[in-house]
Design a protein around this ligand. Structure first.
Ligand SMILES: Cc1cc2nc3c(=O)[nH]c(=O)nc-3n(C[C@H](O)[C@H](O)[C@H](O)COP(=O)(O)OP(=O)(O)OC[C@H]3O[C@@H](n4cnc5c(N)ncnc54)[C@H](O)[C@@H]3O)c2cc1C
Length: 471
């Protein structure tokens, strides 16, 4: 059994790992265009003792795909939880940071007392929101967007100052277009059943509270050496002989019931050559837009559907400061910025406060994010301009004096899948078109969840599908 995996991000590595776990004598090759595996997951250890997450910095423990994989790979002793010295996050309103009201669950309040006392929403906005349980059910003509749901049920202010910055921070999407069904189905289901969002969130939280009481870890985990530890462990389990770097997959062609993979390989001297590899089965673990290009000749119909998933851009700028340069107490994990505030900055993480051991004593590591709805262009700005703008905004918000010790800029251009209205139907059409392609399976975060746990699940599921088809 020869399986080729396209893409060495976490979903591709998981696919290769799972094939080998199920069929130890299978021949597995992971083809990665870049010069390292991990894709968006990249951890840097600086010489002066900072640990910088250049992409993701945390993994959800529910669903538990990341936690289970870490346990399987022997990484459990390396797991770290978010710091218990502080908790929660802030939201910016009128240049001041205010805590996210306790119990606010992305779209609706679960703790009415905390909601009533937050300065993030005016008295009028709160009165409007609290009418929600009395409103007639929403009867949307089609699929629900974040905007239709939150504005319709809880009013404009809750959308602008809570739901948009919180949900937008995760999905980076325009609230008018973000599909509640694809991105946040449990809240869409409440509205569809004609139930109150506030009542539903309170019930969901009571259930989650009961489950959390027995849970060993918090909602988010990482590792002592950052998310990159998971990549190193997966690459180690696969073995270096199964991972080929500098291999850009150009196209697939049918070869019997299997596939021929056409690749441009980067040589050691920097030269390029084209070559073809044959496989019984292929896992395509590329972002959908890239997969569309690779599959265009072999299966135009599938490629066309894949190409219809929109992608957005973001950039992350990490800054290191001396603690005494920052006036703000940094007593939370970070903050998000509502679009209404009109800044370039959309969010910031106080990384060295959120995680233990990320910066030497007496220093602070911050990560600033731009991009997402209305800010896509920010991510491509020239480095000097981007850094100066973010520094100016951070100075105002956090009271920062002087220059950072260093900064790092990482850009993710047209790299973030957007789950817009129609996404679920589009994924159903993709599944249907892919079903007709024998011995081909898709994986990655373009389809059923944008985070690491779903990338892991999808890679392993793709491997399982192919192994059972070939057995
Ligand atoms: C800034 C940022 C912050 C994030 N924060 C979080 C977070 O805190 N928690 C969380 O759960 N998720 C987070 N995510 C999302 C998470 O990183 C992704 O869900 C996950 O890494 C996706 O993995 P993947 O393998 O599907 O794709 P990718 O990581 O994109 O990997 C795809 C791989 O394919 C390779 N490739 C592309 N084209 C070709 C080709 N033609 N031939 C060969 N190889 C090719 C690429 O080089 C890449 O290595 C974040 C993402 C970003 C960008």
């Amino acid at each position: 059994m020869r399986v080729i995996v396209l893409g060495g991000g976490i979903s591709g590595l998981c696919a290769g790992y799972e094939v080998l776990r199920q069929v130890p004598d299978a021949s597995v090759v992971v083809l990665e265009a870049g010069d390292r595996v991990g894709g968006a997951i990249a951890t840097e250890h600086t010489e002066d003792g900072f640990l910088i997450e250049r992409g993701p910095d945390a993994m959800l423990t529910q669903p538990d795909h990341a936690l289970k994989l870490a346990q399987e790979l022997g990484l459990e002793p390396r797991i770290v939880r978010t710091s218990s010295a502080v908790s929660g996050a802030f939201i910016l309103r009128s240049k001041r940071l205010h805590p996210v009201p306790d119990g606010f669950a992305l779209v609706a309040p679960g703790n009415l007392k905390a909601f009533l006392t937050t300065p993030l929403v005016s008295a009028r906005g709160k009165a409007r929101a609290l009418l929600e349980p009395l409103l007639a059910p929403l009867q949307p003509a089609g699929e629900l967007s974040l905007q239709t749901l939150v504005q319709g049920r809880l009013g404009q202010e809750v959308l602008d100052y809570l739901a948009e910055p919180l949900a937008g921070g995760i999905y980076g999407a325009d609230p008018r277009l973000l599909s509640m069904h694809a991105a946040l189905p449990k809240y869409a289901a409440l509205a569809q059943r004609g139930q109150s969002l506030i009542g539903g969130v309170r019930r969901l939280q009571r259930g989650a509270g009961a489950r959390a009481a027995g849970a060993r870890y918090g909602l988010f985990i990482s590792f002592q050496g950052g998310c990159g530890e998971l990549i190193s462990a997966l690459a180690g389990a696969l073995g270096p002989e199964r991972i080929q770097l500098g291999q850009k997959v150009e196209s697939l062609t049918r070869f019997g019931r299997g596939w021929q993979v056409n690749v441009t390989s980067r040589g050691e001297q920097g030269g390029e050559r084209t070559r073809s590899l044959r496989a019984d089965a292929v896992v395509c673990a590329l972002p959908a837009a890239r997969a569309a290009g690779v599959l265009r000749d072999a299966t135009p119909e599938l490629a066309c559907e894949l190409g219809a998933i929109p992608f957005g851009s973001s950039a992350v700028v990490s800054f290191a400061f001396e603690r005494e340069q920052i006036a703000h107490p940094l007593d939370a994990y970070g903050f998000v910025v509502p679009k209404r505030e009109g800044l370039s900055l959309r969010a910031a993480t106080f990384s060295s406060v959120k995680w233990p051991g990320r910066a030497p004593v007496g220093t602070v590591l911050l990560r600033a994010f731009v991009g997402g709805s209305g800010g896509e262009g920010q991510a491509a700005r020239p480095e000097a301009e981007l850094v100066a703008t973010l520094l100016a905004e951070l100075r105002l918000i956090l009271g920062i004096r002087g220059e950072p010790r260093f900064h790092r800029v990482d850009r993710y251009l047209s790299a973030m899948p957007r789950y817009y209205l129609g996404h679920e139907a589009l994924v159903a059409r993709i599944d249907e078109a892919a079903r007709h392609q024998t011995h081909l399976a898709l994986a990655g975060n373009s389809y059923r969840g944008v985070g690491i746990p779903e990338a892991i699940r999808s890679g392993r599921a793709a491997a399982t599908t192919l192994v059972s088809a070939l057995s």
